[in-house]
Design a protein around this ligand. Structure first.
Ligand code: THG
Length: 367
């Protein structure tokens, strides 16, 4: 394998020094930043998330901040989910689509106030997108990427760790709700969230010079619970049915195809980007849907850099967009983006680099 040369366009995160000191072994690129991906023992990192508590540098989840008189208007124009009932201090999972109804990002929206929002984004350039839409619509807003970096604390024991740092109020936070506060002089926001189904929080550090300090505080508070470093965990997110936009989606994927239709409100105003296309797609019915795949074979065989074709009787019916070894199911599992003619219970063949492998289609989530 090769390593990636440091350069000024590939941004470090405020936690990267700490992650390297913990023995970081693998990283990915996300939002033009370094995303720590493994500390050398994926199985141990997985079980720590399932049974204990894990801390993740997810500063790559950048905040696109919208402020100003028309901030609420722009937030709604960008998102086909109805935000009219969203309150200050509340977060919501919101798909973003282009004018064709293609899913382009799936942020968590944090509403600070009527005139201040953060889109906590997945991997695509929403700062450009929001700026272009705002200018074309003549809206009175400022759009920035502020100095904000989330550190995730995930797993069933996360609540104990985060409560020991901030106090018992964190136990009462509802999912995706957040509060801005201070920790030993550091400005932070604490939110109940994270890209796993094992529960937990994200601490958004609002001062990038203090990454080491926040890391050490969480590490020390977590020591009695055997906390360790980890990262967004592909086997767990796959078992749990979470979508990776850009990984599980392509240039023609609508939210309906990847089980995000529940976050689309078709009766939002006509000025919402993509809503006309989404109404049409909903009316015609999506051509593909997302199902799970259980593959035959007892050796881990993760997906590489590309999707793998799914065939039925020699004819292509879809793609496998993700594949990983499930430590709980003890088999390779994946996601199919596949013709709606194919259903859970059907058998398909996966055209893998090493030869074809039989698989069964199942409903998501696996667990
Ligand atoms: N944390 C923060 N920002 C992020 C992510 C994160 N931005 C990008 C990416 N991750 C967004 N993706 C998701 C996707 C799903 C969930 C969280 C982040 C999630 N979904 C639950 C589910 O699907 O069951 C609940 C959704 C709901 O019903 O509201 O948790 O990790 N800061």
């Amino acid at each position: 394998m090769f390593s990636i040369a440091p350069n000024a366009r590939l941004r470090p995160t405020p936690f990267l020094n700490a992650a390297r000191a913990e023995g970081l072994k693998t990283a990915m690129v996300y939002n033009r930043m370094v995303l720590p991906a493994s500390y050398g023992n994926p199985e141990e990192e997985y079980w720590r998330l399932i049974n204990g508590v894990s801390m993740w540098d997810v500063a790559v989840e950048r905040q696109v901040q919208i402020t100003g008189k028309d901030a609420a208007k722009l937030a709604q124009i960008l998102s086909p989910r109805d935000l009219s009932k969203c309150k200050p201090g509340q977060g919501k999972y919101v798909p973003l689509c282009n004018h064709r109804g293609t899913l382009i990002n799936d942020p968590i929206l944090l509403k600070h106030d009527e005139d201040r929002f953060w889109f906590s984004i997945a991997d695509s350039d929403i700062w450009f997108w929001a700026g272009a839409i705002a200018a074309e619509r003549g809206l009175d807003v400022q759009i920035e990427e502020p100095d904000v970096s989330p550190l995730a604390v995930q797993g069933p024991k996360a609540v104990e760790v985060v409560a020991s740092i901030f106090g018992d109020w964190v136990r009462d936070l509802k999912y995706f709700w957040f509060k801005e506060t201070e920790l030993e002089g550091m400005p932070v926001a604490v939110q109940r969230s994270g890209w796993s189904k094992q529960g937990g929080y994200e601490i958004y550090l609002k001062d990038g010079s203090q990454g080491d300090k926040l890391w050490d505080i969480v590490k020390e508070a977590g020591a009695p619970f055997d906390i360790g470093p980890g990262s967004p965990t592909t086997p767990e997110r796959t078992e749990s049915g979470l979508v990776s936009v850009g990984g599980d989606t392509d240039a023609n994927t609508s939210p309906f195809e990847v089980r995000l239709g529940q976050y689309v409100d078709l009766d939002v105003e006509d000025d919402v980007v993509g809503i006309r296309a989404l109404r049409k797609i909903a009316e015609d019915g999506p051509k593909r849907h997302q199902l799970g795949l259980k593959l035959q074979g007892d050796a881990p065989a993760p997906l590489g850099f590309a999707w793998e074709a799914l065939t039925k009787d020699g004819r292509k019916v879809g793609d496998m967009t993700n594949c990983t070894w499930s430590f709980r199911l003890k088999q390779n599992i994946g996601y199919a983006l596949i013709s709606v003619d194919m259903q859970a219970g059907d058998q398909v063949m996966v055209q893998r680099p090493g030869g074809e492998v039989a698989a069964e289609l199942v409903e998501l989530p696996f667990l």
